[in-house]
Design a protein around this ligand. Structure first.
Ligand SMILES: C[S@@+](CC[C@H](N)C(=O)[O-])C[C@H]1O[C@@H](n2cnc3c(N)ncnc32)[C@H](O)[C@@H]1O
Length: 190
């Protein structure tokens, strides 16, 4: 990772509480997963100020170096027009990663259908009460070997209880929970 990007991430980490950002170890995990699996199309639900998006897009920029065909890309959804959406635009620009990112403004359940059809990775990190809507909208659009990752699975265990049960029942995915950050649910498409 370029020092300029790492420095920006370190700076943004200082305001993690304000912008509800993922923990650094979760960023490192997502980044490594994309690079190791050579994932090219990623969907994020909940951009905030772009902290996690930088981890995701930086990995895609690494994949781009070895990819001869499709250009890797992150589609990231945020509903907060006044503050977080424009801050993310600014931070993606500072990181020099804008060309790998399409920001989508709007309420996730309505805008997910407007994003491209297939993803290698989807990361859910928005309101905890719509996950089942996200899951139903996205699960058919994950490529075989692709992954859906859900943040806050431990910190919001009660709020996400029914959702977690639903995911674990789905035989087209293999799921595990990882104690990284606030807890990650990892669902890999069989
Ligand atoms: C936990 S923060 C995301 C943090 C970000 N992933 C990071 O780690 O840098 C959740 C964000 O999702 C946005 N959000 C919540 N519900 C949403 C929805 N239904 N559609 C789109 N964005 C939503 C909020 O405005 C907030 O900025």
């Amino acid at each position: 990772m370029l020092p300029k990007i790492k420095n920006l991430l370190n700076k943004l980490a200082l305001t993690r509480e304000t912008f509800w950002n993922i923990h650094e170890e979760v960023g490192e995990f997502l980044n490594l997963l994309i690079i190791s699996q050579k994932y090219k199309t990623v969907l994020e639900i909940g951009t905030s100020n772009g902290y996690s998006g930088i981890w995701l897009a930086e990995a895609l920029s690494q994949v781009a170096k070895t990819s001869k065909t499709k250009s890797p890309h992150l589609y990231t959804i945020e509903s907060n027009l006044k503050k977080r959406f424009p801050l993310a635009t600014e931070n993606f620009k500072k990181a020099g990663l804008s060309k790998y990112i399409t920001q989508i403004l709007g309420h996730a359940p309505e805008v997910i259908p407007k994003t491209p059809h297939k993803f290698n990775l989807a990361f859910f990190d928005a309101t905890k009460y719509e996950h089942i809507l996200y899951w139903n909208a996205v699960k058919h659009r994950i490529n075989k070997g692709g992954t859906i990752i859900v943040d806050n699975i431990t910190s919001h265990k009660e709020a996400l209880k029914n959702f977690t049960k639903e995911v674990q029942k789905d035989k087209s995915f293999t799921t595990i929970t990882l104690p990284l950050g606030t807890g990650l649910l990892i669902a890999v498409k069989n």
